[in-house]
Design a protein around this ligand. Sequence first.
Ligand code: HXC
Ligand code: NAP
Length: 308
Amino acid sequence: MTYSDGMLKEGALKGKTILITGGGTGLGKSMGTYFSELGANLVITSRKLEVLQKTAEEIHAKTGNQVLPVECDVREYEQVEKVIEQSKKQFGQVDVLLNNAAGNFISPTERLSHRAFDTVVDIVLKGSYNFTLAMGKSWIGDEHPGNILSIVTTYAWTGSGYVVPSAAAKAGVLAMTRSLAVEWARYGIRCNAIAPGPFPTKGAWDRLLPGNLKAKFDPANKVPVGRVGEHQELANLASYLVSDYSAYVNGEVITIDGGEWLKGAGEFNQLDQVPEELWDAMELSRKGGTKMKMMWLYLRGMLKMRRK
Ligand code: HXC
Ligand code: NAP
């Protein structure tokens, strides 16, 4: 058994209908595929119907379960309401909302137009609250329990330069998650979030590491466990959170990043760049070793560090 294996019991999501925004590509597609393998019906939605249809066919062919593709721009409330209406018409009810759609790009903030700022905030924050509000009203009106899972990022709480609209919007999604977890618990609605570290997808990689930035800033180098995430790992965590196994988890954000954000946060964590020879030299100096030996270790250590 490894981290790239599915984790939940067969049929763990049978009978559930899960609505995934941005479900046609990347992580939304991977999570959806696993939910479907576990027995769920899916509604996948985004702006590109052709992409959604192709994904729906692929997933259905793999699992035999139903996947409804519906075109919708998450920024448009009326379109959002229509997706929910169509989902209920097809499946009777929606049980889980996965807020996954996002827009992002890197740029020094002062170079952004106000429209560029709007674009990202509207997709991420407005898109998430549009779906959350419409779904919440529907569940409360129908006296049906619900479950909302939102995909945020670790910079929702640390902030990050060069992706400021995304950071501001994801922070808003996290605040909404924690607020509604308390307010809507009385209606049987749970709200949680996942904060993934780097998981390779075309959407994120092409926009956040364009051109030769991929080679220069290999995301794996920032992760203490030394690698990027595998989609199945995220799908496992998401499946747990959308399932009834996690009925007592509410208002939580779970980080899945191999320790990446903490590595950036810890004052002395960059000392992992210090080679053994330099630690040896420092230890010898404390213990009163010979000057020659210390110098030799020091020089070797410095050379190694420069080569890194
Ligand atoms: C600066 C940019 C820009 C860029 C667009 N704009 N791209 N500004 N740098 N790279 C500006 C445009 O000039 C325009 O402003 C405004 O933004 C709207 O641009 P449009 O192209 O008209 O927007 P739209 O067609 O709605 O496309 C949205 C998008 C696009 C966000 C720009 O990239 C997209 O569709 N993204 C969806 C998928 C995505 O981004 N996935 C990655 C998620 S990754 P003006 O002033 O000219 O009108 C993620 C991971 C984070 O979130 C964590 C990783 C570890
Ligand atoms: P992705 O494949 O680009 O997914 C983004 C999805 O959002 C696309 O399917 C896109 O479809 C949809 N979308 C964008 N604008 C939309 C709009 N206005 N209306 C409806 N749908 C819209 O990227 P991803 O990496 O899988 O990202 C998925 C989620 O994970 C995002 O929330 C992202 O912030 C988060 N995340 C990713 C990483 C990572 O390393 N990959 C790390 C942390 C967090 P259309 O273009 O068809 O609309």
